[in-house]
Design a protein around this ligand. Sequence first.
Ligand code: HDD
Length: 746
Amino acid sequence: MASKKPVSKKSDPKKPEPLAPGAPGVQPPSLAEPMTPVEPLPPKPDQQGPDPRTATGAPTSASGLDVAQQGAFLTTAHGARLADTDHSLKVGSRGPTLLQDHHLREKISHFDHERIPERVVHARGAAAHGVFVGNGAGESICRAGFLRAGVETPVFVRFSTVLGSRGSADLARDTRGFATRFYTDEGNYDLVGNNIPVFFIQDGIKFPDVVHAAKPHPDREIPQAQSAHDTFWDFVSLHTEAQAHTLWNMSDRGLPRSLRTMEGFGVHTFRLINADGQTCLVKFHWKPKQGVHSVTWEEAQLTNGNDPDFHRRDLADTIESGHYPEWDLGVQVMPDTEDEMFAGIDLLDPTKFVPEELAPVQVLGTMTLNRNPVNYFAETEQVAFNPANLAPGIDVTNDPLLQARLFSYLDTQITRLGGPNWNQIPINRAHAPINDMLRDGQHQDAVHGGVAPYRPHSLDGGCPFTAGPGDHPFIDIPAPVAAALKVRENPLTFEDHFTQATMFYRSLSPVEQDHVVAAYTFELSKCYEQTVRERQLLALANIDADLCARVADGLGLPAPAPSVPPTETDTTAAVSQICGTWPVAGRIVGVVIGPDSDAKDIQAVRAALTKAGVLPLVVGPRGGKIGVIAVQRTYANAASTEFDALIIVGATPPAPDAVPSLDAKSAAEGGPETTVDPRVLKMIGEAWRHAKAIGTAPGAGTSAPALLPAEAPGSATGTPAEVAAAVLQLLGAHRAWDRFPAVRTP
Ligand code: HDD
């Protein structure tokens, strides 16, 4: 901490000798403003703050942070030990209660203020800590230190839905936020992106419009966390630059299987500068090593009822179990040309993406999320991202959406976090030394020493000095700006609203296109206004005639003719999620057992799954143990939506009291009733409809009724080991995709 200069001119005989010139914070008196830093001031201890994981700064307990309190005795907020926290101070046991009861007032008053305003968008989120390790490939294009080979940088990532309130369900059809903070040695760098590479609007001035349209209707405040309502479709059908983003939302991208299986995109184009002063334009990508996977719409609806915290739980449980999710950070690199165009795409238009065939994603490093937050409010709720937090070497472009964001994020925190000092909240503090001249304000935590928080000055040792070129300062990249008139208008190159929507739709596989058709049909069927439906059908006609015809058919409306000439476009492979084989580690398989299932068979299945890093959850008729096997879910509380696949071990469980019910096969064939437990049948029926792998290992001496149609795609039967191996292989493709057309057969 900077030492205070004496204010009295009288000498004090007891005063210790002054420190030698050059010691931190003390300089010999001088008439001139100091021009060279003698010794930089060390970071102020009060700005380093307490251990970010404890409320008080007290050392954490030996066992870590597994207890809510530090210390043995309950105290008031000012440290007095309390003998009673259960009874208010009263006149006699029957009252009245005394105003003088400080503990009562402190406890209730603090509680009254426990809530802060939720984020106006992205209110519902889940977050995790982790580390980013650069691979060095970025050094040639960017001078940011955290991209150097082997440099480890702590990160905090918050994933979110956009529309819903804090308490809404995780599996809303929506865009997902993917905000990453890198605590670099050169200051915080925030990459505040989404899981979709394009945005609804081209200019930030439209943000309140799109958000007002998408949020619940202002009169009744419904529907919560949904786009299936009139005002949303009214806006996007009128404001056709939103069509491309909306189409991504209607695809499977709007329903991620897990936060771990989402791609992330910086959306805007950013400008990078390397150590030699050369610049380039880039788009950032996060590529999940777990694969890019989604749930079906029916799964999403069921999950929102069964487990509205599905995504939060999944992220936290996976990290807790040691299956740390990983993403590669990559960039598409484009030349920094004067017109900021690339292959006909205006790089300043955030409603456009650059197909990977034109500019491949080059990996700069890998992020691993390996630690859950200790306290949701302190970390996940209070984290305040800001696209203006940039690392030296990374700069913004003139994308008008990004420019407005540079103002909005800082401004919003003043209301949300109650004043201008939110940067001092532990989760928001930079890990680089902070030496600003910002002072006072609400919730000021730092006890700033010194007398000269201004520049220039000759007191306090002249510090802080501004950094020279060799001191790694932030760089405002000197990009040329063309002389032009001040206008409120978009460039002509922003006018094409449909070509990329068409490209996206035509690049999807038939199954994914079916899902898009179903999503539009569902959403528009929820609109009351016929004009809104018809106008959106016209937008679809301008994207793809077949898409329009199929949605119109579902709505019982005529398909309109397009109002713009039909688009000829290439397709791009990377937007489809149905491709290749993915790692299965971290996926979850329900192992359904009956009262008579053989423990050896169950163990064999569990062992094979565990060996592959897959989590087996045993689902039994009741809780406790069956033999030596612990039952983790019961027929009563298990939901098929929790599992990526099912394996039934042993005889299929009979219905209690022989309640008759239909099984999947006989239901499909309109056939006879069976006596299989209806809850198990429901699970299997759902897994079947959602194209999940289903294995049956009947076991020696038992017989499982054939629950599925013969030769059912994505199913396996055999010994426990054979079934486990087959299911693991099927899981690699995420789903038995060829089962979907069967589902849509009327
Ligand atoms: Fe935004 C939050 C992503 C455009 C104004 N935004 C927010 C979050 C994400 C994004 C991930 C949540 C951060 C967190 O977890 O705390 N926003 C985007 C992307 C955009 C975008 C990818 C376009 C490419 N946003 C955008 C515009 C504006 C805002 C154009 C305003 C002009 N966004 C905000 C905000 C929020 C926010 C109101 C709400 C809470 C917060 O910032 O901290 O300021």
